[in-house]
Ligand binder design. Structure first.
Ligand SMILES: C[S@@+](CC[C@H](N)C(=O)[O-])C[C@H]1O[C@@H](n2cnc3c(N)ncnc32)[C@H](O)[C@@H]1O
Length: 216
């Protein structure tokens, strides 16, 4: 698991606002643990990469990974690009794209970290279908989302997302499209994945959940 300190060091150059974001995010989201589920080598494509936080974890977690990130938010991509340049991450690149419209490139691993809930359901299905096509047999897809259970954690998450997306405007979007765990599992299996579900909400106020999928 990547040390928090090493990640904070890499983010130091990104300015106080991004640093504060990093500290808050690491407190409320088990991203360090999610990284341990990503294979240690190969080309990882991070769909909805935001400001490059998870890409940074992937790069710091293994020197055998190459990462390409896509997002439609230019201001977040600018932060990702600044981090890439200042840290000399030659194994990373970031591009502007709408992941609902694009075809992901062939990759060993695809990651969707807290992204699908911002996309209407038919779009989610399209994205996942295209992910299945882009992976070789045995390739890995990681989907990190929020579960709809337990109810109180789901309600808290809804409130917090409403503040950060609709009030503060921290993330582009207006509505949320969370899916219950069983629905995700059924959908992912119907697309040709084996699915291991990892609840990550222990000790957390948010109902974090991770689907570790392998193309069969
Ligand atoms: C909650 S943030 C998560 C960012 C990053 N994955 C992380 O964990 O730090 C959701 C991200 O998904 C991006 N996003 C939402 N819909 C998208 C779409 N259709 N195409 C590309 N990016 C999208 C947003 O711009 C935002 O950066």
């Amino acid at each position: 698991m990547v040390q928090k300190k090493i990640l904070q060091e890499a983010f130091r150059s990104a300015g106080p606002a991004v640093n504060l974001y990093l500290r808050l995010k690491l407190k409320i989201c088990p991203l360090l643990e999610v990284e341990t589920h990503v294979p240690a080598g190969g080309h990882v494509v991070d769909l909805g990469c935001g400001n490059g936080l998870f890409a940074a974890l992937l790069l710091l977690g293994s020197s055998a990974r190459r990462v390409t990130g896509y997002d439609l938010d230019r201001s977040k991509l600018r932060v990702a690009e600044r981090l890439r340049r200042r840290n000399g991450w030659e194994r990373a690149e970031f591009h502007e794209a709408d992941i609902v419209r694009m075809d992901p490139p062939r990759a060993d691993v695809l990651t969707l970290i807290d992204v699908l809930y911002l996309i209407p359901r038919p779009g989610q299905e399209d994205v996942l279908r295209k992910c299945a096509r882009a992976l070789p047999r045995g390739g890995t897809l990681l989907v990190k989302e929020m579960d709809t259970r337990p109810r109180w954690k789901y309600a808290w998450n809804w409130f917090q997302e409403t503040v950060s997306v609709r009030v503060v405007g921290f993330t582009l979007g207006r509505k949320f499209f969370f899916r219950p765990r069983r629905e995700f599992e059924t959908l992912l299996r119907s697309l040709g994945f084996s699915v291991e579900t990892v609840p990550l909400d222990r000790g957390q106020i948010h109902p974090h959940i991770l689907y570790v999928c392998r193309k069969v």
